[in-house]
Structure formats: C-alpha cells, structure tokens
Design a protein around this ligand. Structure first.
Ligand code: PLP
Length: 468
C-alpha cells in the first residue's frame, strides 16, 4: 500500500496541544499521547486562527440589520451547503439540520419520523446507546444479529426485512462501531432496505471522521436517506452536530422544539412553520460552531480525506499486528475497521490498565463499555445480568464488564503505538505489583495510584485554566 505521509505530518503539526506534556511516574513530564479520538478529537490551529479572525464579524443572525448580521447570516446559511457537500448530500432533495451532536440528531429524527407504537425500527446489535434508546421509546425495535465472523448477518437482516415490512419504518445502523471500529457496508444495507420500501439512517459518528463518506445522492438504490454525525469527533469541538435527510420528512408536522426562528407567522390559534432547516433549529443557532465545522471540513478536503484514511489504515494494521503478537492480549472485532481497537489484558481489570497508562505512561484512552453495553457484553460472552447493577452502584469497577479502547487518528504515530505496546508488556509482567499500588476511588469512579502526586498536579493545571 502506497501511503503519502505528507498529509498526516501536516495534520499532526496543526493539532492544537500536540506537544503538551503531562506528569508521569518518577515526577517526570512526558509528551501526552492521545488515543481517545473516537470520543472527541483535538482541534486544529489553522481553523482556530480563522475563527479568531471571523469573530471580528460575529453577530446575531437572521432578522438582524447591520453589516455584521448580514454577513454572519450568509456565512451560517452557507455552512449548511458546505457541510452537506462534504458528505455528498443531495442538496436538491435534502435538508441539512444543525443540532448539538449525533445523539441530538438521532433523537430529532426519532421525533420527526412520527412513528406509531406498532412501527418497527430495525437496528444492528452493535449500536451505540444513542442509536438505540431514542428508537426504543418511540417504536418497537428489532435487532439484526451477527454472523460467525462478528459482522452483521445479512441473511438475518434480509429475513427481518421480509418478515416485518411494511411495518419497518427505518433501518438505523452505525457506519462504523465505536467499540470494534467494524465498518458496515452501509450502501449495501441501503440497497437491501430500499428493496422493502424502508429508509436507512447511518449513524456516521465514527465513520465520517475516518473516511470520505458519500450519501450517494440521486435515484441510486444505494443512497443514504439520513445521516447523523458530530463536529467534535472531526476536529471541531464547538458544539455542532449534523442531521441530513429528505426535506419532505421535515416539512411534515411540527418540530419537537418550538420557538423563535422556527416560524413564519403566529396567530392566536394557528402557527405557520418556516421551511426546514430553520423550522428544525429553534432559538439562536450555533453560528461559531457551524463556521468552525465548515472550515475544518474545508481543511480536511485540502489534505485529502483519502490520504488521511490510508495513513490511518496503515497505522491501524501496524497496531493490530503489535497487539496480536502479545499472548496476554485479546483483541475484539473483525475487519474491515477504522482505527478503533478494543482489547483486554489477561487477569487485569480494564479500568486498572487504563489508570496505569494514564498516570504512568502519559496515554489518554478509554475503558468500560463505551455506551454500547449490549455489544460489549456480547463480545465478552457475558450474560445480561441485573447483578451488574450492584457493581456500578457499589463502585466495584474491577467487576464491571468492559474493555480497553484505543482510537487512532491519522496524526498518531508508530512511535506512540510502540510506547503503548512497551507499557502493556510492562503491566502484564508486573500485574501483582500494580494491583498493590493502585486503589479504587469511589469519588473518581476509577483506579488511582497510591504513590504518584497527581492530585496537586491536576489542581495546578485546573487553576491555570479556571483562574479565580
Ligand atoms: C457510533 C456512535 N454513535 C453516536 C455517538 C454519540 O455521539 P455524540 O456524543 O457526539 O452525541 C457516539 C459517540 O461516541 C458514537 O461513537
């Protein structure tokens, strides 16, 4: 595979805070390694510069008079098009609605589809809670199962579509899992759903940041009807989420949030709604968040999403090879995948591994169930069991089922991965010593070291940013 490293080197140089050092064992400082990109990505210096510049012209928008309001209104409105174009939305058919994040986008859709209690929403068994719970409260949810390789079982999916259509109103699937990084062939799934007259929502939270995504506009049966994703997972942590879907869906009925900005005319007994997206964006909108995401996507376009994806693919393959060479590590999930990798170490609680890597190796990652409890239990072979609630409530985090998750981005490096691997070996070789040196803190809900002076350090950094 030919990999052009220029784009990821540039990306790395432009990451805000890439050289930040943190406290590690021995009262030393080490350059922080961030392997939690699936949660939120850092931001980009060139975009921050553009934002600072634009803020000179920032203003309240729509219905304002004055040049700043006129310019800001046009910028905000045009950001819809820029962001829609980035994911290949059909601008003649679709509305691009700005919300807070993917969770809000999916919740909004769950209201706007006007589902009836007997309707069915079909989801995969690997969904994030944000693409499961909104549906459970509005309709009946059926779960498509896995095949023996841990992929979505297409025969099972087809059987469900056949058995339950036309009651199935939506197939809602993630583009990529936030647990295993597994990529679903969403365009094939779209074709299957459309064959039964059913629409598809892609939860793009973990796919859009990693690969060039195209909704396949037009009449192609592989087109994606609805797409949701979050700015903070694609280098733009300024509170903007995106929901894209056919304008007609949002023309029907009333929006779930109502108020300023959503209406054309209000009479005592009658309301005439604005056209979408205004109708769906109640209250004063997030102008700065929209600008930041639009400029971030323009930056990524310039670097080339395909280049970045190739770099990430190569780093992911390297990491998997290194992890699989460790006989005390179990890696979950199957190909194809983005750079999200979950694993466990033999005989060491996932939360303890995370704490050691945080406090001693200077690595930021995540442990637990990653808001996908049913999927994680399935992968671990753990039954649904209410006893687990005791573990949560008693802070017995060593007993809570879970995993360690690293999530890579193209700006991460092989050297960073090597550092992780060295530490995993060290942890496995010294697991009894580490168990003695850490305790569970009910206040922090995690393991903390007994012998590292991190409390004072955390207080100092906090005070720097939250000056009294
Ligand atoms: C696959 C997936 N869907 C939805 C979400 C929810 O995203 P947000 O927290 O931005 O609403 C996440 C967050 O991690 C995710 O990974």
């Amino acid at each position: 595979m030919f990999v052009n490293k220029t784009s990821n080197m540039k990306l790395r140089r432009d990451i805000k805070g890439i050289n930040e050092r943190v406290l590690v064992k021995g009262n030393k400082r080490r350059k922080y390694i961030y392997f939690d990109n699936a949660a939120s990505t850092p931001t980009l210096i060139p975009v921050l510069n553009e934002m600072e510049d634009y803020l000179n012209w920032y203003s309240g928008i729509h219905r304002g008079t004055g040049y700043k309001s006129l310019i800001s209104s046009k910028i905000y409105d045009d950001c819809h098009e820029v962001i829609g174009n980035f994911v290949g939305a059909d601008l003649s058919r679709d509305t691009i609605v700005f919300v807070k994040n993917t969770t809000e986008a999916i919740n909004k859709l769950s209201y706007r589809l006007q589902l009836q209690p007997n309707d069915i929403v079909l989801i995969s068994s690997m969904e994030h809670h944000s693409n499961e719970l909104p549906w459970r409260s509005k309709a009946q949810v059926k779960y498509a199962q896995f095949d023996n390789n841990g992929k979505l079982d297409l025969n099972n999916l087809d059987c469900l579509l056949k058995r339950y259509h036309p009651r199935i109103k939506l197939l809602a699937v993630c583009g990529a899992s936030n647990v295993t990084g597994h990529i679903n062939d969403v365009h094939l799934l779209a074709q299957m759903a459309h064959a039964y007259g059913c629409k598809i929502l892609v939860d793009g939270a973990q796919l859009v940041p990693h690969q060039r995504f195209n909704m396949n506009p037009g009449s192609d049966s592989k087109h994606i009807d609805f797409l949701a994703f979050s700015g903070h997972k694609i280098y733009s942590p300024f509170g903007l989420g995106v929901l894209i879907g056919p304008r007609e869906t949002f023309m029907n009925g009333s929006p779930e949030y109502q108020g300023g900005g959503t209406v054309k005319l209000v009479f005592k007994n009658e309301v005439f709604w604005s056209d979408p997206p205004d109708k769906e964006e109640a209250g004063s909108p997030n102008v700065v968040g929209a600008y930041a995401l639009a400029r971030t996507l323009a930056y990524l376009d310039k670097l080339g999403m395909d280049n970045l994806a190739k770099n990430e693919e190569e780093l992911t393959a390297y990491t998997l090879e290194k992890l699989r060479a460790l006989n005390f590590v179990k890696v979950y999930g199957s190909q194809p995948r983005v750079g999200v990798i979950s694993f466990n170490l033999k005989d060491i609680p996932h939360a303890l591994v995370g704490a050691i890597l945080c406090f001693e190796a200077g690595i930021g990652l995540r442990t637990g169930c990653f808001c996908a409890q049913k999927y994680v239990r399935y992968l671990l072979g753990v039954k649904e069991d209410f006893e687990q609630l005791q573990f949560y409530e008693g802070n017995e985090i060593d007993k809570i089922p879970g995993m360690v998750r690293i999530s890579l981005a193209p700006y991460n490096t092989r050297e960073e991965v090597d550092h992780l691997i060295t530490w995993l070996r060290y942890i496995a070789d010294n697991k009894y010593e580490f168990r003695r040196r850490y305790k569970i803190s009910p206040v922090q809900g995690g393991y903390i070291p007994l012998d590292i002076l991190n409390k004072e350090y955390i207080k100092n950094v906090y005070n720097h940013y939250m000056k009294p």
